[in-house]
Design a protein around this ligand. Sequence first.
Ligand code: PMP
Length: 309
Amino acid sequence: MSDTQAVEYLWLDGEGIPLSEANFPISTISASASTSVFEGIRGYWNQEVEQLYVFRCDEHMRRFDNSMKMVWMDRKFSTDDLVSAGLGLLRTNGARKNFYIRGMAFNSGRGFFAEAQNLATHLLLETLPIESHLGAIKRLDCCVSSWTRIADHIMPPRIKAGPNYANNRRALQEARINGYDDAILLNTQGKVSETTGACVFVIRDGRVMTSPVTSGILESITRATLIRLFDEQLELPVLERDIDRTELYIADEVFCCGTGREIAAVSSVDRFPVGDGEIGPITQQIVSLYRSVVHGEQSEYQKWCTPVW
Ligand code: PMP
């Protein structure tokens, strides 16, 4: 996915406008750099019924609204308004394949970083085509980052804020330079938090575990979805508890999950193979279940899939 793939129309402050007309004064950069919050939502195309299903759109828009609240932004649109705007934009852009909605709330004005206040808030939605890897599960070689995850009392990871991602980017760039696909960050307590864009699940002796929402993670909607699916469909209640670094080294399976990342198997951590380095059975099971849920094939979870057409 890249910005060059952006389709023609955007939704800006309540109106659909062509990309070429969405112009802001360059001075907007200084305020928006320190205050922006964003959201990412996937729509899955189901070829069988020729329908695009947006996955857990309400929950994503609610998190978007909470992010705006926590950075003192004006919130002129309700969650319902944002859901209809997102769906409307997908229709305007003729979305008939897998698509992504990116929401961005930013400030304009001449404020500078910490002084930026009482600035105008703008809300932008854009839609981008995106590939899915749920058909062929991705495998990632990860390191534990030398960088520490930001904490709630420093820069709350619960807020999906642009500036937070300076931390994630630092970890990801370092990982890539050192030949890894991604990094797992430890929090200020030295416990596993998350990767640079996804939450972590660890499986050992048939027990599924994930770090708690107080461990310096984004309150991931995919994580919450998988906790429900493990419990309700696979009879594997997930234990939410602190995870040590070395538990990653001796786990049978590790995977990470997120809207963009979907579900990816972690095949090694710090070059220690996870299990036998292959995709484990529980990971395979949850991927195939998740794949059918997001495509609107499971009646019990249809409520999570909003049809666009
Ligand atoms: N953690 C971080 C840092 C992320 O950027 C994301 C992606 N939004 C996630 C976790 C996963 O969250 P979600 O499942 O809601 O997409």
